[in-house]
Design a protein around this ligand. Sequence first.
Ligand code: DGL
Length: 260
Amino acid sequence: MSIGIFDSGIGGLTVFKEVAENFPKADIYYLGDTARVPYGNKSKETIIRYSIECATYLYHNFNVDVLIIACNTASSYALDTLKKILPIPVIGVVKPGAQVAVRYTKNKKVGVIGTVATIRSGSYQQELKQLNPDLEIHQKPCPLFVPLVEEGWIDNEIAKLTVKEYLQELIDKGIDTLILGCTHYPLLKNTIKELYPHINIVDSSIAIVEYINNLKLDLNGNGKRHILITDESHAFDNFRKLLIGDAKTEKIELSDLCSL
Ligand code: DGL
């Protein structure tokens, strides 16, 4: 069986890495829409349109049996639409992350960070409240984390200062658990841990593996790995070694994506 994964760009490679390591026999096709990243500052309509284009491209070209929306922003807005238009299981990252957070928190105070669009959507808040209405949830968009990560600045002084600037407010509110609600943020995990070692960190790339395991899907294939991007990307090159290994990479034309 084959798994399709898409993201607005390179961030979803954190999901690709975990899925590839945990399901070595699955055929995995990853599409990073590097030509149109970021999605996190776009309108709801645009995010849904881009997501439909990525998802249908993977479905029609590679016959994927299950689709993972690795992007938190796309998961927040397009999950229901994609579930309706595709005849295969479609999995977003929000629910798996929320489930792990509810399990981790002891004091019922959970922080959620993500792109402006993800936080505006209230997707995590809704999912968390459904799981436990008593939770106290504190949200914060952290838009500068994405360019920092893309630049490879994940543990230098600027990264540390930026993490403190965004997160201190949530820490002061007493959260004991923090959801990294953006695919780029796991790359800042070590810096966040170093500054706030007492906080439980929820990394959706890990949460989704557990979620897929529970679905008991037969994911045996030939272990094929195929990465597609819609434009060249400096950030992609920065993380190639760390996240992709020797998977085949290919640039596709954005017009092919849009014409479906
Ligand atoms: N992949 C996006 C997310 O997880 C972050 C980058 C973007 O804004 O497109 O929300």
